[in-house]
Design a protein around this ligand. Structure first.
Ligand SMILES: *Cc1c(COP(=O)(O)O)cnc(C)c1O
Length: 384
């Protein structure tokens, strides 16, 4: 058996051809492939606007910048996420406030969030960054009610959830990133995520002024838009109006993104089939499987089980060439954050989840044979 990782990109001939074609064209960055990738992506998730950037972390950073998050502001996120969801707050000089997770969905616990919001005057928190953990869309509808009541913006971290969706209270399907309930939604195209660009990210929104800010901020805060220039000295003229960054994606990566995006539906479908097999095989064993709901399309970036003797199982699988992973070590327990004052015991649900969680192999090209090998190794470890 070849090594079986927990996640893996899928690149086919169509992807290779697209990249070569872009490479042979006149544009290597910010050319026609970027514009097409943004249009295709916006259409796929049902948003008005999409802005391609160099990675998911840049997408988070620019989103907070576009909202004007600055030193002194407070922004809330979850401790069970990749460090980038919290780091972006610090990039803006703002203060990170963690809110514990729900024990079943592993997304922000909205009851606890409400407690935090109610304990301070309205307007204290400028933004909330919920994470669609493992591909499970968080309840952005409920969050949007809180946002209206308490006056914060929503930056949805959907790096795990392109293609994920849920039925809202009116029975409408809401795709992650469609901008109905979230002000901004960010995605990552790191190879381990659904859409692989090598590196890459996207921000979607329905808000025109945020969209225009994002476009400027991703290239140094520079604009050439003749309708807003203060002066105009000729065709070469541009103005830097904000301190932005170089957070651009290349045309070669965008070309890959376009063909990868075309495979998103089949990838999510395949991931759901794999999840169903795991669910069925683990139902009898004493293994906690991810929560399922008829109103949720889980994008299954990760398939996380909760188990006893996680280290023992991890090492046993590793010996058998199966490379599982843990998502995530709670962010507040990272040394950098501990130095800022957080400690063990601050977020008990997140911490107890961390003690038990393990991400199993989950990617569209995982074969049935490989999956049953994984399942059998897990079951035999607990039945020995
Ligand atoms: C991957 C990921 C990011 C960061 O994306 P990069 O493209 O690696 O910068 C942010 N948040 C979450 C939840 C992620 O999984």
């Amino acid at each position: 058996m070849n090594p079986i990782p927990y996640g893996k990109q899928y690149i086919d001939k169509q992807d290779e051809d697209a990249v070569l074609e872009a490479l042979r064209s006149d544009f290597m960055t910010q050319g026609p492939q970027i514009a097409k990738f943004e249009r295709d992506f916006a259409e796929k998730v049902g948003a008005k606007y999409a802005v391609a950037v160099s990675n998911g972390t840049a997408a988070l950073h620019l989103s907070l910048m576009a909202l004007g998050i600055k030193p002194g502001d407070k922004v809330i996120t979850t401790p069970i996420t990749f460090v980038a969801s919290a780091n972006c707050i610090l990039y803006c000089g703002a203060e990170v406030v963690f809110c514990d997770i729900d024990a079943e969905t592993f997304t922000l616990d909205l009851e606890k969030l409400k407690d935090i919001l109610e304990a301070s005057p309205k307007g204290t928190y400028k933004a909330v960054i919920p994470v669609d953990f493992a591909g499970y869309p968080c309840d952005t509808e409920m969050l949007s009610h809180l946002s209206a009541e308490f006056g914060f913006k929503i930056v949805e971290d959907a790096c795990h959830a392109p293609g994920g969706n849920f039925l809202d209270s009116k029975g409408n399907t809401q795709m992650c990133g469609n901008g109905i309930y979230s002000d901004l939604t960010v995605f990552s195209f790191h190879p381990v995520k659904h859409i692989a660009c090598g590196e890459g990210g996207m921000i979607t929104t329905n808000n025109l002024s945020l969209y225009q800010k994002l476009l400027d901020l991703r290239t140094h805060g520079i604009t050439k838009d003749p309708t807003i220039l203060e002066e105009n000295h000729g065709g070469w003229y541009y103005e830097m109006r904000d301190l932005g960054y170089n957070y651009r994606l290349t045309d070669m990566q965008a070309a890959l993104g376009i063909t990868q995006l075309a495979k998103l539906d089949s990838s999510v479908a395949k991931r759901n089939i794999i999840a169903q097999k795991y669910d069925a095989e683990f139902a009898e064993a004493n293994i906690v499987t991810p929560i399922r709901s008829s109103i949720i399309m889980h994008a299954f970036h990760l398939y996380v089980i909760q188990i006893k003797d996680r280290l023992g199982l991890y090492n046993h699988l590793r010996k058998n060439n199966i490379f599982t992973q843990v998502h995530y070590i709670p962010v507040h327990l990272q040394p950098y954050y501990k130095e800022k004052g957080w400690k063990k015991g601050d977020f008990p649900i997140a911490e107890s989840y961390y003690e038990k969680c393990l991400s199993l192999p989950m990617y569209p090209t995982l074969t049935e044979k490989e999956q049953y090998f994984v399942i059998n190794e897990i079951l035999s470890f607990y039945n020995k």
